[in-house]
Write a protein that binds this ligand. Structure first.
Ligand code: AR6
Ligand code: MG
Length: 363
């Protein structure tokens, strides 16, 4: 496997950039007019950051993703209680980061019980049905990066993607969304940075895996009245992506209608995957510039709604494919906490390659 360090940094810093740069548009009704977000990015390129403190602030997406990454590297694997403690510490240290309306109750209960039963407060949310929000998915990408190397990692990746989600999101839509996001990051990680991934192959690879998991999950089937919710969305996503490619044009209204742009995992994770797949195609007139990561963020902004979270997820996938070289430094320098995130990326990298003889191309 080549470009490991670049891919890990690209995913972590790309996600940060998606969060910080898209946050000002959160809640805007999409689709946004192209000139609005194009002017915004042009403006960012001209602004002198030194005179414009504070930088663009990160939101709950990055706060929680950093907690996931720190817990994995400190504990050298998944430790639910440690991760729950880090989520609550991060929240109480800086609560005004735009957290979801209900997840805050989980943090209070976790703090009161010292996270003795880290999955219990989330399981009690919404009369026992658990949250279906995208909060478990938005922070999940470090799991895919941490378990990206060894063959034995594959099963762990799937289990940990779900279990880190269950600390706050006990509804299967919430934690299956986290799994789908991790599967997309893993699949992008396998791709050569210089090549465009094939839409059908990409969708089939992750669609098959999520279909198997949904088929095994009775709870998921019951809730959705017998339909496998994410696998059905993957089919629609694939059709929309192929259609946009054939026509060299994205129909934003239909994407918003069919894939969604809101705080539910079902209405945002497939949308983020769509943004990534479309951003690769530089013949599409939806966004500007050569950076795939930047284009994926522009698309997420253009769709409106939960822009910061969709941009975070799209850019985490794009970064795992194209690597850190794709990130325009002029945009990254606006983002708060970029040194902390870069350091975490390197600690994940050290874990991933730890104890193995590296070839020059791996670095
Ligand atoms: N029944 C009814 N409403 C629900 C349910 C349910 N089972 N699950 C979620 N909701 P929450 P998050 C609604 O608080 O997923 C921020 O912008 C309910 O209105 O678990 O961590 C983040 O950046 C609840 O308040 O938060 C994310 O993008 C809301 O969904 C986004 O919010 C959010 O669920 C979601 O964050
Ligand atoms: Mg959000």
């Amino acid at each position: 496997m080549r470009y490991v360090r670049s891919k890990i940094q690209g995913s972590m810093l790309g996600a940060l950039m998606g969060d910080c740069l898209a946050a000002p548009f959160e809640g805007d009704a999409g689709p946004l007019t192209a000139s609005l977000y194009k002017n915004y990015f042009e403006g960012l390129r001209k602004e002198d950051v030194a005179k414009k403190l504070p930088y663009k602030r990160y939101t709950d997406d990055t706060a929680m993703a950093m907690a996931v990454a720190e817990s994995l590297v400190e504990r050298k694997g998944f430790d639910a209680r440690d991760m729950a403690i880090r989520f609550t510490d991060e929240y109480f240290k800086s609560p005004r980061r735009g957290y979801g309306g209900s997840v805050v109750n989980v943090f209070y209960k976790l703090r009161r019980t010292r996270s003795e039963n880290p999955f219990e407060p989330a399981a009690l949310q919404f009369n026992g049905s658990g949250s279906y929000g995208n909060g478990a998915a938005m922070r999940a990408f470090p799991v895919a990066l941490f378990f990206s190397r060894r063959d034995t990692d594959k099963d762990k990746l799937m289990q940990v993607a779900i279990d880190q989600g269950r600390i706050t999101h006990a509804n299967s839509t919430g934690y299956h969304g986290a799994l789908l996001q991790c599967l997309a990051v893993s699949q992008a990680f396998l791709a050569d940075p210089g090549e465009v991934v094939n839409i059908e192959e990409f969708c089939k690879a992750i669609g098959d895996k999520i279909r198997n998991v949904e088929a095994e999950s009775e709870e998921s089937l019951r809730e959705s009245g017998g339909a496998a919710v994410f696998s059905a969305k993957m089919k629609r996503l694939e059709a929309l992506a192929k259609q946009a490619k054939d026509r060299s044009k994205i129909d934003f209204d239909i994407v918003i209608r069919d894939l969604g742009n809101n705080i539910s995992a079902l209405e945002s994770v497939p949308t983020a995957i769509f943004c990534y797949l479309m951003a690769q195609d530089k013949t599409l007139e939806c966004c500007q510039g050569d950076s795939v990561i930047e284009r994926s963020i522009q698309l997420a902004i253009a769709l409106g709604g939960d822009t910061d979270t969709i941009a975070t997820m799209a850019a985490a996938i794009a970064g795992a494919h194209v690597g850190v070289e794709d990130i325009p430094e002029v945009l990254l320098k606006h983002c708060e906490a970029r040194d902390r995130v870069r350091d975490l990326a390197d600690r994940i990298y050290a874990h991933v390659v730890g104890g193995e003889d590296l070839q020059a191309s791996d670095v």
